[in-house]
Structures are given as structure tokens and as C-alpha cells.
Design a protein around this ligand. Structure first.
Ligand SMILES: *Cc1c(COP(=O)(O)O)cnc(C)c1O
Length: 431
């Protein structure tokens, strides 16, 4: 009892009223079993990562970096072995020279496709930034400029795969299929590893030599297995999301079949050089330690998302995914139906940040968006979306997207703080 009183005082010092705190406690009490399952998945994945580090013989020397060309960079080469073991692939490319998730995906695509080839997305429109990589929106240096064509098969209305449409779309030129695991900022369901596996077997049944790539952003460590164990030839992601564990300050990875990874390495550096160059500078300790922490960090983000869904659903708002459904990524959306809700939510998230908590976020006309966007992030790594962050476009249906939380207590504080703002503004009433 004493512990609870002390905790309540701490929340009070951070501007959380007793009413909001008690409401949060009630919701949290109902989630213990669900959180236990999340912790068990984290436990399994933690063991998987430790095992991969031990089997790859990670040593203290691996934490050092190289400069210049980076020949014989033991730490870099060993880290790539660790990633290959974690994702159960033949090889991996894990580099600070891969600047972000979009870059990693562009690299995987551009290095494995040749003029005249065709790329297919059988799961609808890909992530916004890939539109310019592919050339769906005209852009300098796009795949389209290099003579790679693109076809898209949308998901069915019920979220299922359009198997007939996919079969029809696959042709002689089909070289690579890109499958986005996370819904990103769309409203379709995120794909489970099992569903990705079913899709890949269907595609390989029609054309066995097609390369199946999975955009794994936001999905790593959400389940016990990764899409690379369900038939994907390449899985690709960003280190400032899940696998960087909040510590990696930059970077991306491509794990997959040897030939696919080799192609990517020759494109990242140069034909003839490939994986042999690329100094790791002083960054490896953060890459290793981040991967080590990633299973529990992603579990914390997942629990924060589940907590948010349960809080806001209980208050009558539409949440996606809903409070009960199974989850395969860390993104949560809440629909407020009016701009004030989105703004108050983001102000609350910002006010809970360890960095820049005194900054008040405002909506602005960001390049590339058709409505003003408000963003909240007080992160140690700029733009990191494994850290607690939220954003939303100021347009109907006035939804906010929320993700991250390096620890559950921080995620919980963020949600309670958002609720404090929402309730102070009279947008929701807590009973
Ligand atoms: C974040 C994300 C990307 C792009 O990653 P950046 O690091 O922002 O470039 C691509 N696909 C999905 C599904 C993502 O969530």
C-alpha cells in the first residue's frame, strides 16, 4: 500500500491527477495476464539473441571500431553473423552507412533488380517513402527511371490476400515481391509471420525463383519467429526502430540469402568491394548492446500500445488495433474525430518526454503531406520511433498514431499524461 501511495505522489509531481492515475491503475490491473504473455515472448527472444552472440563468439574486441577503409573489421563482421543467426539467414548486412529504413529497403530493391525486371507488391500500397523509391510518385533515381516496372495487388476488403489477382500479376518479368509486414500508417491489419509464410508459399508455388523481400520495420521481435523463417529471401529494417533497442543512433540491416545480401553489399559500397569495406567507427558497442536490449525494449513498446488501446477504448474512442486483438507491430492509433483530440494527445506525449519536455508541439505543413502534421517526440536519438512518440495529420478522421516507449513505465506515463491533457480539455470524461 505504501508503495502505491509513493508512486501516486511521483505521478502527482509529474502533473497526473488522482483521477487519471486511478483510472490507469484500473486498466493496468486488467492487463496483467496479457503483459505476462508479452514478457514471455521477450524472454524467448532475449535467449535467442544471447545464444546468437555466444555462438558467433562476440568478444570484447568486437566492441571496438575501425577507421578508414575498415578492412578486417572484426566487430562489424561478427555483428553481421549475429544478425544472420538471429534471423536464421545465410548472411546479413548491418551498417551505419545504411542511413535509415527507407535506405535499407531501397538498397535491397535496387541491388537485386535489373532493367527490364518487374517488382510486385501483393499487399497493397507500400510505405509512403517507398513510393519515390519505386517511382509510383516520379522521383530522380527511382527504380522506374532505371527501367524496373511495378505492379500492385491490393488486399481484399476483408484484409485477405487477393490470390487470383496475385496469380494474374505474376509474369515472366516478375523478379521480386515486396511484402510489408507492418500496416505502417494505414488501416489494414499488420501481417503475422504465419500469414506472410502462407503468401510466400503461394507465390513460390507459381514462380519458385522469385525473390520475396519483407519490409520488417516495426515487426522485429514481436513474435517468436521472423519472416525469414517463413520463406522470405530477405528481411529489411531500420536500427532506429526495434532491433536497435533505442541505443543504435543510425543504421539499417538486410538479412537473407547470401546472393541477395552480396548484391546489396556491392551496391552499398562498390562492385568488387562489397562487405570488405565500411569502417564501423565507434558505433559497434551501441549496435551490439541495442540488439541485446531489443527484445525487452520492443516488449515495453508493445505493452505501452496495449495500455493505450485499453485506456482509450474504455473512454469510447475508436482504437486500432483494438484492446483485445493480437498484435504484430508496435503502432497504435486512436481516433478522436476532432483536431483538439490529436493536439492534446501529442502535447501530453511531449510533456512526458525525458528530453525537450518543455517544448509544445504544433501542427505544421510538412513537405510531402497534404495536411498539417503534429508530432511529439522527446527522444535521445532524433526521429527514433522505438522511443515514445506520436504524430497525426490534422484532417478527418483526426487519428493520432502512437508508438514506442523504451520502458513500460515511460510508456505508461506518456499515455496518462496524454489522458490528463485530453481530460483537462474536456475531450473525454473519466468516471
Ligand atoms: C519506418 C518505416 C519505413 C521507413 O523507415 P525510415 O527509417 O523512416 O526511413 C519503411 N517501412 C515501414 C513499414 C516503416 O514502418
Amino acid at each position: 500500500m505504501e508503495l502505491r501511495e509513493i508512486t501516486k505522489k511521483q505521478y502527482e509531481a509529474l502533473g497526473i491527477s488522482e483521477r487519471v492515475y486511478e483510472f490507469g491503475e484500473k486498466i493496468w490491473d486488467g492487463l496483467k495476464e496479457r503483459f505476462d504473455e508479452t514478457d514471455r515472448i521477450a524472454e524467448c527472444n532475449q535467449l535467442k539473441v544471447i545464444n546468437a552472440m555466444q555462438e558467433s563468439r562476440v568478444s570484447e574486441a568486437c566492441l571496438m571500431g575501425t577507421t578508414g577503409y575498415g578492412y578486417n573489421d572484426l566487430g562489424r563482421d561478427t555483428l553481421e553473423k549475429v544478425y544472420a543467426r538471429v534471423f536464421k539467414t545465410e548472411d546479413a548486412l548491418v551498417r551505419p552507412q545504411i542511413t535509415c529504413g527507407t535506405h535499407a529497403l531501397a538498397l535491397a530493391l535496387m541491388s537485386n533488380l535489373r532493367p527490364g525486371d518487374e517488382l510486385i507488391s501483393p499487399v497493397g500500397k507500400p510505405y509512403d517513402t517507398l513510393e519515390e523509391v519505386i517511382g509510383i510518385r516520379a522521383s530522380k533515381g527511382s527504380l522506374s527511371e532505371y527501367g524496373v516496372s511495378y505492379r500492385q495487388v491490393d488486399l481484399l476488403k476483408d484484409g485477405g490476400f487477393d490470390y487470383d489477382g496475385i496469380k494474374e500479376a505474376i509474369n515472366d518479368r516478375t523478379k521480386l515481391v515486396t511484402i510489408q509486414r507492418s500496416k505502417g500508417y494505414q488501416t489494414r491489419p499488420t501481417l503475422s509471420v504465419k500469414r506472410i509464410g502462407e503468401l510466400i508459399s503461394f507465390i513460390k508455388g507459381i514462380k519458385p525463383d522469385v525473390i520475396c523481400m519483407v519490409d520488417n520495420c516495426y515487426g522485429e521481435f514481436m513474435e517468436l519467429t521472423e519472416p525469414s523463417e517463413a520463406g522470405a529471401d530477405m528481411v529489411v529494417g531500420s536500427l532506429i526502430k526495434n532491433p536497435g533497442g533505442g541505443l543504435a543512433p543510425i543504421g539499417g540491416y538486410i538479412a537473407g540469402r547470401k546472393e541477395c545480401v552480396e548484391n546489396a553489399a556491392y551496391r552499398l559500397t562498390s562492385p568488387g568491394l562489397g562487405k570488405e569495406v565500411g569502417a564501423s567507427l565507434g558505433i559497434l558497442k551501441d549496435f551490439y548492446q541495442g540488439l541485446f536490449l531489443a527484445p525487452t525494449v520492443t516488449a515495453a513498446a508493445l505493452k505501452s500500445a496495449i495500455f493505450a488501446a485499453n485506456i482509450y477504448e474504455a473512454l469510447g474512442f475508436e482504437v486500432f488495433p483494438d484492446s483485445k486483438e493480437s498484435r504484430h507491430d508496435i503502432i497504435q492509433s486512436v481516433t478522436f474525430g476532432k483536431p483538439e483530440g490529436v493536439i492534446a494527445f501529442c502535447k501530453g506525449i511531449q510533456a512526458a518526454a525525458p528530453v525537450d519536455s518543455n517544448v509544445v508541439p504544433e501542427a505544421w505543413d510538412m513537405p510531402g503531406y497534404d495536411a498539417p502534421v503534429i508530432m511529439a517526440a522527446g527522444a535521445f536519438v532524433s526521429g527514433s520511433s522505438i522511443e515514445l512518440s506520436a504524430d497525426g495529420p490534422i484532417k478527418p478522421p483526426y487519428s493520432v498514431f502512437f508508438q514506442g516507449g523504451l520502458t513500460f513505465p515511460h510508456g505508461k506515463l506518456g499515455i496518462l499524461k496524454s489522458l490528463q491533457y485530453i481530460s483537462d480539455e474536456g475531450i473525454a470524461k473519466i468516471y
